[in-house]
Design a binder for this molecule. Structure first.
Ligand code: FAD
Ligand code: SF4
Length: 404
């Protein structure tokens, strides 16, 4: 499948706009009547509308548009693949450069945070209760819409914090914790109840659908896929999510380590850039496909390359070798069936995908049960999960209205 990718000189690590540069950038907007940028946002954040407010120096209005449409607007400004969404659709892309929508959204949500605005408001309680499983973007978006409409929402989360992959997967240098925390605080202030360290399994669902008027599953994909290779259980062979969670929590030094990452997606890029940022002696990314077919967003690949990480393509891992129970090196064969390669490594990170965890691997359809986000769509993006959470909230409201 071909992908249209719009490459700008943007990187997630670029300096933020200040008031002067933000207004100058907003004034580049052509105020398009049909606003293809807004059409292109799955969550309906409506960039055309908030940019228009910003042009008129109406920061509050701009912040309202973002927050009301996208409860995780601060985080999305930093992690959305805008070069495949709003910025790729921007009419100015055909003239010179797209309007820097993500950076404008970042500017507005940062003003909102600094001024301590509280835009979302809880609706009067309507007597109905909803349970959400998982505290990731899908459930948070669903809960936010419902709480504003007067539903009492309880979120069951297996870990000790909310945010899902935002707090537990995406590296801190791309998404600082204080940005997520502000987004989360807006939802907590709506009265949404969080029950942490609570894993829900398929056998609990019957009880939950009796206890609550509706149940939403937004449990994401938390079981790492692995490579069926000799040596995969050696010490030093780590799955990407374990590596990233540990790095996000403790930021351990990688000094002295040679690291090989296998995988061609955004998660593999995050592992490689994190290892490099933590001071590894060397980091190498290896994957089977040609670079043009890699599944990672081009901006993430460019970030890895700009950090000096070599990317080796079209090599298949064959055997993980070790000594005294610990990984020492890994051997590959080339796609041409002739080339061979052996890389010395102290840590081998497998970033070859995730799937549903056992507890909720298969769930039978039943009345009052809804789902969205990675768990339902097989793994997409934060903004797709938000869109599906919002959509599920609308379906839950319709379902409960009809039942009443
Ligand atoms: C390393 C990494 C980097 C990424 N980078 C980007 C990016 O830059 N931009 C982007 O748009 N997308 C990115 N993604 C994808 C994005 O994070 C996901 O698409 C998005 O988080 C999905 O949201 P979700 O709510 O469906 O699931 P999740 O974010 O996975 O949240 C699910 C939540 O459910 C909890 N849970 C799971 N099972 C249970 C259970 N049985 N009981 C209770 N709780 C449970 C989990 O602990 C988690 O908190 C990245 C993903 C990863 C892994
Ligand atoms: S498409 Fe670009 S120029 Fe048109 S309204 Fe959106 S941001 Fe402005």
């Amino acid at each position: 499948m071909s992908r249209t990718i719009c490459v700008t000189d943007d990187t997630p690590l670029e300096k933020d706009f200040d008031s002067r540069t933000a207004l100058a950038e907003a004034s580049r907007c052509l105020l398009c009547h049909d606003a293809p940028c807004s059409e292109a946002c799955p969550a309906g954040t409506d960039p055309a509308r908030f940019i228009r407010s910003l042009r008129f120096k109406n920061i509050w209005g701009a912040a309202e548009t973002i927050r009301e449409n996208n409860p995780l607007g601060g985080s999305c400004a930093l992690v959305c693949p805008v070069n495949e969404l709003c910025e790729s659709a921007c009419v100015r892309a055909g003239l010179d450069q797209p309007v820097r929508i993500a950076k404008l959204q970042r500017f507005v949500t940062e003003q909102e945070r600094k001024m301590g605005m509280q835009i979302l408001k809880t609706g009067p309680f309507n007597g109905k209760t909803v349970a959400c499983i998982g505290a990731g973007p899908a459930s948070l978006a669903c809960a936010s819409v419902l709480a504003q409409q007067g539903y009492h929402v309880t979120i069951f989360e297996q870990s000790s914090q909310s945010g899902g992959m935002l707090s537990l997967g995406i590296p801190r240098f791309r998404l600082p914790q204080e940005i997520i925390d502000f987004d989360l605080a807006q939802i907590e202030k709506l009265g949404v109840e969080f029950r942490y360290n609570t894993t829900v399994s398929a056998s609990d669902l019957d009880g939950l659908t009796k206890q609550f008027d509706a149940v939403f599953i937004g449990a994401g994909l938390w079981k790492p896929k692995t490579l069926d290779l000799p040596g995969k259980s050696l010490d030093g062979v780590i799955h990407a999510l374990d590596y990233l969670q540990n790095a996000r929590r403790y930021e351990p030094s990688e000094k002295g380590n040679r690291i090989v990452v296998i995988g061609d997606g955004d998660v593999a890029m995050d592992c490689a850039t994190t290892a490099q940022a933590l001071g590894a002696d060397s980091v190498k990314l290896v994957f089977c496909r040609p670079i043009a077919e890699a599944s990672a967003n081009i901006a993430e690949t460019l970030l890895a390359v700009s950090m000096g990480i070599p990317v080796v393509t079209e090599f298949f891992p064959q055997k993980i070798n070790g000594k005294n129970g610990r990984v020492t090196d890994i051997s590959f064969t080339g796609a041409d069936n002739e080339s061979v390669m052996n890389l010395l490594t102290d840590k081998l990170i497998l970033a070859v995908g995730q799937e549903r965890s056992e507890e909720l691997a298969s769930v039978s359809r039943q009345k009052g049960l809804f789902s969205g986000g990675d768990w339902a769509n097989g793994g997409k993006t934060v903004v797709a999960a938000i869109a599906e959470g919002k959509k599920a909230a609308a379906s839950i409201i319709d379902y409960l209205d009809l039942r009443a």
